[in-house]
Design a protein around this ligand. Sequence first.
Ligand code: NAD
Length: 298
Amino acid sequence: MILDGKHIAQTIRAELREQIASIVSKGLRAPKLAVVIVGHNPASETYVANKIKACAEVGIEAERVALEAEITEEELLAEVERLNRDASVDGFIVQLPLPEHINESAVLSAIDYRKDVDGLTPENVGRTVQGLPSLVSATPRGIRELLARYDIQTEGKHVVVIGRSNIVGKPIAMLLMQRPYLSLPGMSASSLGDATVTICHSKTRDLEAICQTADIIIVAAGVPNLLTANMVREGVVVIDVGINRVEDDSPRGYHLVGDVDFENVAPKASYITPVPGGVGPMTIVSLLQNTLQAYLGN
Ligand code: NAD
């Protein structure tokens, strides 16, 4: 069965639209997200435009804060501080990557964790690890929500995560191994968590044997066809996070594929996400959910 992230994301957007309309109808202001973009990276421009459009669709006010690529780290930190103090801004993100002369980690660490709707500050990551209320980064939050909406239980299951990045691999592993007391407002009730998690990466030996023992495999490596049919057992659940461009003769010059050999793995899987239309749409909707969570202050 296909895990239809596009459809679930639409459903969640409709729910958010209703929730926000009800807030506004009480005479309260709408939630507000600010998006800081530094320089003119075309991919970043597209991502930011999509995020702002998604906000408009659900009634979240969005402000684009565009800064020149030559800005100094101190000037950017001052902008972060301004947004930290601006009471009309509930959450903000600094679109990555930043120009090379700016220390990304210093900038992310300066964001007030209560406004950190990308969930990337050390404070939010630490809170997530300890099972405290936190803003969870968008892709792991989206994966967790997708599993919950399809009522895929994780208790006692063996989950194999391929990839150890700060934005996907590490946090999703942490979320799924937690006891399910970690409450994420707006999340469907489900006993997600309590899984036995194995994290694999580029230095892992015998990935195939490890994957063959998995009930659920989450692939976030950025390597097309990394997960093949011989590596999975019948009935496995496969979440493909990868987004890879493969050049072709189409007018666009490329198409997108994930990290999974979808054609051959899908017949063995009980559930599988497509690329595109799986995890991607869930990531954007998670940012909206995080913004509402920051607005509500929980
Ligand atoms: P990354 O690119 O920072 O790192 C890749 C990880 O994969 C590393 O931890 C590495 O050890 C591991 N890896 C690489 N080759 C491997 C191999 N052959 N075997 C086992 N492990 C291997 O990770 P990222 O930023 O999480 O991105 C991963 C992929 O997910 C990329 O394709 C990215 O575009 C995509 N992504 C998608 C979304 C979404 O919304 N769908 C969000 C974030 C990232």
